[in-house]
Design a protein around this ligand. Sequence first.
Ligand code: FO1
Length: 308
Amino acid sequence: MRVAALSGGVGGARFLSGLVDVLDPGEVAVIGNVGDDVEVLGLHVSPDLDSVLYALAGIADEERGWGRSDETWNALETVAALGGEAWFRLGDRDLGLHLVRTRALRDGTPLSAVTADLAASLRIETRVLPATDDPLRTHLLTPAGRFAFQQWFVARGHRDEVDAVEYEGAGEARAAPGVLEALETADLIVLAPSNPYVSIGPILAVAEIRLALARRRVPAVAVSPLIGGRAVKGPADRMLQRLAGGTSPAHVAARYEGLIDALVLDEVDEAGAAELSVRPIVTRTLMRDVSARRRLADATLEAAGALT
Ligand code: FO1
């Protein structure tokens, strides 16, 4: 079964590692968020693409939730000691990847080609595609001002409430090579359990991608990132509460109106299933370990079977 999966950060990457465990990894294409890409120390960092690459290569730091396992921080310590930019913590191993990516981008290689090369070097069979090769950056409007994503998320610890989300550059952004093809040839489209505003939102802000989903001829299933109305990690619950007026499964599904046929939600949210205008798939969604990830992937694939 060919699956195209839209994914953001940690939750998405964990879900994908379960998906490629229960499917042939070569049949999965990941369409990743680039709205939180950032330039740090002159280097281009793509945190969400890297979360996916590291998870699929089996080298993600599970505890921290981002970056690589077995990480050391010598370069960052030197940067900090020299008064350099140390607010965004780049580990030594992670830095190596950013050096290679940045060099290739400066040589004119598009992000999609650089990402494919990185995936091949990491022996990843799954296609990992940035949503777009064009500059698309998420900005948050808050009572304290307008911030680029990582300024708000990391530098300010996402403490500011969000009044609006802007996807700068989305109006001109084209889908990266391979993205529309992956959506058009998939048997199933999955929206991973990622933040609807800052992880999946920037991907759907690319008009060609949104249109491909709206015109799909195959089932599309979203996995809710909330359990009991709470985000496992990050600000998704606070954002939904403030921007959508609630954190029920219906509030999550409404973010994807016209784009999905089913929502996978946790058992504790079963009561909210009745309000859904798409098919509810109730299961345990917490991805504590490998078997939980596999189970969630299986439930999502079963949902697809039931929809066709
Ligand atoms: N998140 C943090 O909370 N603090 C950091 O210093 C930080 C550094 C970092 C470096 C590389 C990378 O790939 C991710 C990093 N993240 C950090 C995570 C990142 O900000 C978020 O997880 C995503 O952008 C949201 O999906």
